[in-house]
Every structure is written in C-alpha cells, then in structure tokens.
Design a protein around this ligand. Structure first.
Ligand code: HSE
Length: 437
C-alpha cells in the first residue's frame, strides 16, 4: 500500500484558538485523513510563550519561539497564523506567501486593513490565503459566499457578527439592565475583553463587514468607507421603547449593493421582533445573505471561541492541503480585485426608516412643531409613542418611528429641531430601522 501523502502544518500563535487547532488536528486527524486521503501533520507550534500549559497534549519538541524558522522549514507546506494584530502576524504571513506556502488565518483586522497587499502577495507567488475563521467563527460563511453562492449577484448581507455585543444587548433587554453593568458582568465572566473597545465600538464588526463586502463585490473595502457606530452607552430605555414598538436592537453589519453603489455600515439597528435576526441571542452570530438567483439564505452558529474557530481553521487547512495535492490553488480575492472599482453609496443618499427618541418639552403644541419640521423634509411618521410623564417633569421621552427618508433629510430635520427654542433639552437619539424588504 502506498504511503498516504503528508502535508506539513505550522501553527503560529499558541493561544486559545491555536490550542483548539492543535487539539482538533490531534483528535480528528484520523477522520480528516480518511476524508481527504492525505494526512495533516503538525510540524511545529510557534509562540513567544511555550511554557504555559494550554490544555493540549502536544509533544514539547514541536514547540518553538522561532516562528520565522518554522515557516521556512522545507517540511512545512501550510502556515496557520493565529497571532492576531497587524504587526508580527503580517510579517509572518508575507514571509510564508513569498515562499509560496498557503496561509490560513483568522485575522480580520489584518485582512480589513492590509487585505489588498496580502492578496496581491499570494497572487504574485501563486499561492493562497484562506480566512474562513475571520468572520462568524465556525459558520462557513466565507465558503458560502466564495463557492456556494458564486452564481449570484449579492443584493444584501446583514450580519450579527460580534458575540460580545450581542450578548450585552441580549442581557440588557432580558434583564432590563444598563449597558455599564452588563459590560462589567460580561468582562467578569470572560465574555468581554478587559479592553472592550474593539468589540463594543463596532470595529471588530466593521473588520468583518469589510471582509464580507470585499468577497461579495470583488473589491477592496477601505475601512474608512465602513460607517461604524458601536453599542457603547446605548440606553436600556431605547431597548425597552423599541421592544414596546415591536423591535429588538441588534448591532448589524449592513452590506447592500444597488445601481447607485454599495453601502457597508455597522450600527445599532432596530429589527422587527418576528424577523430571524431578532431571534439571534447571546453570543451567537448570524448572517443573512440575499442573492439575485437563490433569494434569501441564513447562516447561524457560534461566532467565536476555541472550538468553533478551530473548526473553521482546520476546514481551511483541509482545502489548502487538497489544493496543494491538486497542484493548483483556489481562486482568490486578488483576481477579483482587478474588476471595476466599486462605487460606495453616499451616506446622505441612503434611505431608511428611523427610530427617534426626543426629550421633548411637555407643553401643548411641541409635538406638532416637531411633526411640521419632519413633514417639511418629506419625512413621514409611521407611529408615535409617549409614556405618561412623571409629575412636574418638564421634558418627556417621545418616540417617533419615521417612514423611509434620506439620511441627509433626516440629519437636517434633526438639526433644525435642535435649533428651535423650547422643544428638546438634549440631542435626539436616532437609530436605523431595517425592513429587509
Ligand atoms: N470578539 C469577537 C466577538 C470574536 O465578540 O464576537 C472574535 O472575532
């Protein structure tokens, strides 16, 4: 019997996900060999810290602090980058690609910030970069977009892509707790980072949105084209008022393509209670993709964590190994980058319905004055809600759900209202409502 072909694997970064990948290779290596007809063999794991016990039985001889030397070894065929960030991770990825070795990464920040350079390097050296684990953890959304849906023009993608934010929003709604308290509890439970900005200010979702949009539209998506608002400071009151009006607030990545260009944005968004995305709770992720041929498809699962992310990384390793055996490589983004550059939609031209919360002077005629300004900007009103005011309250919360209007009109109407005397004592809270057609 001929010996089964071996594909040598180097893992850079022995943190949570790195340990998960090593564990999966050790535990499911036999199953993978059966399925692939080749063996993924771990040649080494590089990390600056090779002393800490990672909870996996790995031969100590495989551990090294010298990532560059590991990448260069002739028996290493594929490199897995799980260091994160844009420093040494980028250096190692470029080194591997220059050697013609395929790279598997989970690094959305690096792809979002330097994707074009990395894809070009892969193209130049006739190899590939695979990044299933960069978006949606264990959900195979990259494969779905690249392969399963390749016959479609992508009309829209809506994603709940950050487990930390979704966990915080879910607890705020279910337990009627303020943002700061839930964030602290999430940090104590290990669901949120000690430095939570990347997650709660929407940057992590923006990186993932940029990766998805670049796949959907075959273009580079600079991060400054991704309008990003996170959930920091979102008021529990707005979650409750939105619920009263039949909506949940979700941090959504919104990617839409039309004749007037592409929108890529991240923002807290009202989603109708009955919609599938409204039902995604806790740390789970979901992505809704609409293609012109297939219609709407939905992907759901764990968007982070050791095992889910390892599942995606090892799937990419399997692809890279099969492609190496076939002597070819998968089409990659750089080829699509050559297409006509995409036009990004002018934010002011984006049409949406909105949730507005005014802190409105409790005096006859105020609501009528506000409605007149909105009407003057051709903004219709779909519904209005005012809770009975506490005794002697001078200003009361009034919620207005608007009809569809251009953001430009909405911004100038709100500026006009803010400038009026005796209407509101603080800036109006505004969130987009997504109707998913
Ligand atoms: N920090 C991310 C999240 C996981 O909370 O979903 C890594 O992408």
């Amino acid at each position: 019997m001929s010996k089964m072909k071996e594909i040598g694997v180097a893992v850079l970064g022995f943190g949570t996900v790195g340990a998960g990948v090593v564990e999966t290779l050790l535990e499911n290596g036999g199953l993978l060999a059966e399925r692939l007809g080749l063996r993924l063999v771990l040649r080494g794991v590089a990390d600056l810290d090779i002393q800490t016990d990672r909870g996996v039985k790995v031969d100590p001889a495989l551990l090294t602090t010298d990532g560059a030397a590991l990448i260069a070894r002739p028996d290493v065929d594929v490199v897995v980058e799980l260091i994160g960030g844009t420093g040494v991770a980028k250096t190692f990825i470029l080194q591997a690609l220059k050697l013609g070795k395929p790279v598997v990464t989970a690094n959305k920040k690096l792809l979002a910030e330097h994707g074009e350079e990395i894809h070009r390097m892969a193209e130049e050296h006739k190899t590939e970069i695979l990044f299933e684990a960069s978006v949606g953890g264990g959900i195979p959304i990259i494969k779905a977009l690249r392969e399963g849906l390749c016959a479609n023009r992508i009309e829209s993608i809506y994603g709940i892509l950050n487990g930390t934010c979704n966990y915080i929003l879910t607890r705020m709604e279910e337990e009627k707790l303020p943002f700061d308290e839930v964030l602290k509890a999430a940090q104590a439970a290990g669901y949120a980072e000690a430095e939570p900005s990347l997650d709660i200010d929407g940057h992590d979702t923006a990186h993932k949105a940029a990766v998805l949009a670049s796949l959907a539209y075959g273009c580079n998506v600079p991060l400054d084209k991704v309008r990003t608002t996170g959930i920091r400071g979102l008021a529990a009151a707005d979650i409750a008022y939105a619920a009263d009006m039949g909506y949940r607030i979700k941090l959504l990545a919104i990617i839409q393509g039309g004749a007037d260009g592409v929108e890529v944005s991240v923002q807290p968004t009202l989603v109708e209670h009955g919609h599938q995305l409204a039902a995604v709770s806790g740390v789970f992720n979901a992505v809704l993709v609409k293609g012109d041929v297939v219609g709407t498809t939905l992907y759901y699962g764990r968007g982070a964590g050791r095992a889910a992310t390892a599942s995606a990384v090892v799937a990419d390793l399997a692809d890279a190994a099969l492609n190496l055996r076939a002597g070819g490589r998968r089409r990659d983004l750089s080829a699509v980058h050559a297409r006509t550059p995409v036009v990004f939609r002018e934010p002011g031209e984006i049409v949406a319905r909105h949730y507005l919360r005014f802190s409105m002077k409790d005096q006859p005629g105020t609501l009528a004055r506000v409605a007149t300004v909105l009407g003057g900007h051709r903004i219709g009103i779909d519904s209005v809600m005012q809770k009975e005011a506490p005794k002697n309250a001078e200003y009361v919360p009034v919620i207005i759900v608007t009809g569809p209007a251009k953001e430009r009109e909405m911004a100038s109407a709100l500026a006009e209202i803010a400038a009026m005397a005796g209407v509101a004592d603080r800036p109006t809270v505004i969130y987009r409502i997504e109707d998913f057609e």
